[in-house]
Design a protein around this ligand. Structure first.
Ligand code: GDP
Length: 361
């Protein structure tokens, strides 16, 4: 009897026992090799719907994976999660390194968990895609919050362009929401492009600042201030308290100069201390007020629809890129075109145009 036949007969002997679900052996082998969670779609979906953090984590690893077979499964998981992925408040938190983001999130997150919320913390760290030394860092982050059963902390994906990282974060948000996390905190470093990406996936955008330091010093661009719904001057404690109060007034005045936001909810400037806990509860009060106001005037839903449109276009762009670079013909032609470019035979523009035409055929 052949090996495979004996395997079959062994299964048949077990009368009364439900046969295991069909799992593609090839997938299991590959998944095991890459240490990504094994098993099939049902395993992930049921686990996520039950709010199991370990399975949620494994599913996010699939979402972040560059491997084709992981990607296919990840897309099926996301698709299944989408109908359940809406009922949350998504909050973006930014500020320069050292402003106190992790300390703040630790305290803020704990407060929300104590109120009965389930809180997921995700990070977008563009620096980690360029080199291993990320700004958000390997320091042990949010130790107390991470031990809470109703909290889930996931660091930034460690590879890919900002666009790719942002797209994965967007998908991760959907999975967390399907797993019953009703508050999603997306942390990013306030020094570059990543705020715009985060802004395109959250309902409320919070900027943490330090007192006394000019905007240029803090590397914060005017655009980031303009897109913020609240600016909190952190470290308003000890000798710093008075300086923080002065900064609050300055930012409040600056915010008045901006045109009325589409949300019709005027952005606020205030102070807090992540160390003493002062003012942290006010952040939540503002956010709830914002959510109530914008749900009443419909802006909340319109913004989410716009973000879905953005996601749709982002998906098309990413798929186009994917199909193009995976096309066997293109892989061959690309090499030739690169050689032609290096030999000054044609311009980059012409070669790109030629490739596109050939792909289009
Ligand atoms: P991040 O880089 O923005 O995540 O900043 P961290 O949360 O790691 O904080 C940087 C440093 O500032 C740490 O030493 C914190 O203890 C300290 N820190 C954070 N928040 C406060 C605060 O409200 N008051 C004071 N005095 N120190 C703070």
């Amino acid at each position: 009897m052949s090996k495979s036949k004996s395997a079959h007969s062994a299964l048949k002997v077990q009368k009364g026992i439900n046969p295991p679900q069909a799992v593609n052996a090839n997938f299991i082998r590959k998944a095991k090799a890459s240490r990504v969670g094994v098993l099939d779609l049902d395993y992930y979906i049921q686990g996520i719907f039950k709010g199991e953090r370990k399975i949620l984590s494994q599913a996010i690893t699939l979402v972040e994976s560059a491997k084709k077979e992981h990607r296919i499964l990840a897309e099926q998981i996301i698709e299944a999660c989408l109908p359940k992925a809406q009922a949350s408040i998504r909050i973006g938190i930014t500020g320069v390194p050292g402003v106190g983001k992790s300390t703040f999130i630790e305290v803020f997150g704990k407060q929300l968990v104590d109120q009965g919320h389930r809180v997921a913390v995700l990070a977008i760290d563009p620096s980690s895609s360029k080199n291993k030394g990320s700004i958000l860092g390997d320091k042990t982050r949010m130790e107390a919050l991470s031990t809470e059963e109703n909290a889930f902390i996931r660091p930034s994906p460690s590879s890919g362009s900002l666009g790719g990282v942002a797209q994965k974060t967007r998908e991760t948000i959907s999975l967390c929401e399907a797993a019953g996390f009703d508050i999603i905190l997306v942390e990013t470093v306030g020094v570059g492009q990543s705020e715009t990406a985060v802004h395109s996936m959250v309902d409320f955008f919070l900027l943490l600042m330090l007192a006394g330091a000019g905007d240029e010093l803090q590397g914060i661009k005017r655009g980031i201030i303009e897109m913020s719904d609240a600016i909190f001057i952190n470290k308003a404690d000890g000798d710093n308290l008075n300086k923080a109060k002065i900064s609050r007034t300055q930012y409040a005045n600056a915010l008045h100069l901006f045109p009325q936001p589409e949300s019709h909810w005027p952005p606020v400037a205030d102070i807090c201390s992540a160390v003493t806990g002062m003012g942290i509860d006010k952040v939540w009060t503002y956010i709830l007020d914002y959510v109530n106001t914008t749900k009443a005037n419909n802006f909340f839903y319109v913004k989410r629809q716009q973000q879905e449109l953005f996601r749709f276009h982002e998906q098309i762009e990413s798929k186009l890129k994917h199909y193009f670079f995976e096309d066997k013909r293109i892989i061959k032609l690309l090499k030739k075109a690169e050689e032609a470019l290096m030999n000054n035979e044609k311009s980059a523009y012409q070669l790109a145009e030629d490739l596109m035409k050939k792909w289009h055929k």
